[in-house]
Design a protein around this ligand. Structure first.
Ligand SMILES: [Zn+2]
Length: 295
């Protein structure tokens, strides 16, 4: 263990010294080296991008330390008198939504690569692997590029107020039990840490119905709702009234109804799941009538 720790901190140069001085136990040393380098390889592999992350985070820390008055001009172009006085009562802004995604990729490795090269421009706070492993990629207090253009209620800049969670899933397969178990643990921690309202656990498909299909009908929203993450319809449904204004109901839940067909499909991907056609059946209307009253 001691040899392993030495190797970890001092790298290859010291490795050769240790090998020469311990030839009584060459197999042991080689085994330790193999274990240590295997265990440390992910850190080494992303060392460069971890450094970029640190530099960016450092630059953001400088931004929040700025103490300067607002530089304003009135309608005649005259400077508005201003000053800076630091209050003693303040905190750091917290996320208030969680957006669930599927990666639409084939492996955790592929997703990690996507999020560690600049040309994609995308990222998420967390990635949940099929094994259940949770990879944290952006501090919860910082803004990840996961939600993009969309609208939920009156929220348009969702990235600024949300945590993005990507689940390793190609978009056409069930999620693994390990992923769902890990996700429930992660959502529980986030909900408690940031007091995120139950209704504010939604999918990318809900926020951006014109563009995004994730996390799709395979995602177990009912199970999530049973754990307090997102809302779900009751077992026994009242029949929706004949004059039920379903467009307003969709809008009150949060959907952008400017493209009604997309909003209906998004609603059905989330709350119906067994049929995702862009037409509301009587059952869909009953579910919508039940769900919207919870918002
Ligand atoms: Zn997404």
């Amino acid at each position: 263990m001691v040899i392993g720790v030495i190797l970890y901190f001092h790298g290859f140069t010291l490795t050769s010294v240790v090998l020469k001085s311990t030839h009584k136990y060459p197999y042991f040393v080689i085994a330790v080296i193999a274990v240590m380098f295997t265990a440390c390889s992910p850190k080494g592999r992303y060392a460069a991008t971890n450094l970029v992350y640190k530099h960016k985070a450092d630059s953001f820390a400088k931004v929040v330390q700025l103490q300067q008055p607002a530089m304003l001009k009135d309608s005649s172009g005259m400077a508005v008198p201003s000053d800076w006085v630091g209050t003693v009562n303040f905190g750091i802004r917290k996320p208030n939504y969680v957006i669930i995604h599927f990666t639409a990729q084939d492996s955790l490795e592929q997703t990690l690569r996507t999020f560690t090269v600049t040309h994609t421009g995308t990222s998420a706070h967390y990635v949940v692997a099929k094994s259940g492993k949770v990879v944290h990629m952006v501090n919860d207090y910082l803004r990840a590029n996961h939600a993009g253009v969309g609208k939920w209620g009156s929220v348009t800049d969702m990235n600024s107020i949300s945590i993005g969670i990507e689940i390793d899933n190609n978009g056409d397969e069930p999620y693994t039990d390990a992923q769902i178990n890990s996700l429930i643990a992660l959502l529980g921690r986030l909900k408690t840490a940031y007091a995120i309202p139950t209704a504010n656990f939604i999918g990318h498909e809900d926020f951006a119905p014109k563009r995004k299909p994730d996390p799709g009908p395979f995602f177990p929203w009912k199970k999530m709702a049973q754990h307090g993450f997102g809302l779900w319809s009751d077992e026994v449904l009242e029949v929706a009234p004949e004059n039920f204004d379903y467009v307003t109901a969709l809008r009150l839940i949060g959907y952008d109804v400017s493209d009604l067909n997309s909003a209906i499909i998004a609603f059905k991907r989330h709350f119906v799941q067994t049929d995702i056609k862009g037409k509301l059946t009587q059952l869909d209307l009953n579910i919508l009538y039940n769900v919207y009253q919870k918002y």
